[in-house]
Design a protein around this ligand. Structure first.
Ligand code: GLU
Length: 265
């Protein structure tokens, strides 16, 4: 009798543990959470025309914002079921890990270091690092920045490459590309080093600055997620959207509408 009760108790415990685990899994599946909330929350830039910026009506705009809307449509059936949260290069990972956003679509390059702490979708664009100078500047290449002052934005990949390629450059960091650009214009530094896409966005609006022709890296942009099993389904769903929208030519159309040159995906 005693044995019977004990094994019954064991069964109840196992069953309960099983239930608890299932519930926990359901709660920590990011895709399920988005579906039950019926809204996608995405971190996008507002300082990186033409990838993430406010248009003249104050709406989130750019290629990254457009991709986010396609993902909302793919997952929730409507591109209106989205909330944008502004992020910068320096705070985007924090906003992801604090749970403020479900994912980041913010000119973010996949790097081996970042892959240790983030999950990434397939890449949807490839940029390259470049140098932006004021018109008439004697700086013609990255190496010319030795002994000069170069601007980077905190949290971006250019700081590391600049330190490696041009160890004698002084580096001045800013929180946003708007501040970085203002500093260059004010003569506080000799150049900004960042992705060609972002720098071109600045150069298109101002013929007082020049984007130098050489590229110094490959920057594969991808959607970033919190790392772990809870992201797996979400990553798969986002990859599916990227795949469909690439094959049907929609992403290319969006890039063209923003004047973004096609990259080798
Ligand atoms: N793609 C680079 C990065 O992920 C630079 C762009 C940015 O500052 O967001 O760091």
């Amino acid at each position: 009798m005693y044995k019977k009760i004990l094994s019954l108790l064991m069964l109840v415990i196992i069953a309960c543990c099983g239930c608890g685990k299932k519930q926990e899994e359901a709660l920590t599946n990011d895709l399920d959470n988005i579906i039950s909330r019926d809204k996608l929350v995405v971190g996008v830039k507002t300082d990186t025309y033409p990838f993430g910026y406010y248009d003249e009506k104050g709406h989130f705009s750019g290629y990254d914002a457009a991709l986010a809307r396609l993902i909302a449509r793919g997952i929730l059936g409507s591109d209106k079921k989205i909330k944008f949260v502004p992020v910068t290069a320096s705070d985007r990972m924090m906003k992801l890990y604090s749970g403020d956003v479900d994912m980041i679509i913010a000119t973010m390059s996949v790097t081996p270091k970042r892959q240790e702490i983030l999950d990434f979708s397939n890449s949807y664009y490839t940029a390259g690092q470049a140098v932006l100078v004021k018109k008439g500047s004697p700086i013609k290449t990255l190496r010319d920045l030795n002994g000069k002052i170069a601007i980077i934005v905190f949290g971006s990949t250019s700081e590391k490459s600049l330190r490696t390629a041009v160890p004698n450059a002084s580096i001045r960091g800013y929180r946003t590309y708007t501040d970085a650009y203002k500093a260059l214009k004010a003569g506080k530094a000799d150049a900004i080093v960042s992705d060609d896409t972002i720098l071109l966005g600045l150069a298109l609006k101002d013929d007082g600055v020049v984007l130098l022709p050489k590229r110094y890296s490959k920057e594969p942009y991808a959607v970033a997620f919190r790392k772990g099993p809870e992201s797996k389904d979400l990553v798969r769903a986002v990859n599916n959207v990227i795949d469909i929208e690439t094959r049907n030519g929609h992403l290319k159309q969006i890039r063209e509408s923003y004047g973004i040159k096609n990259s080798a995906r």
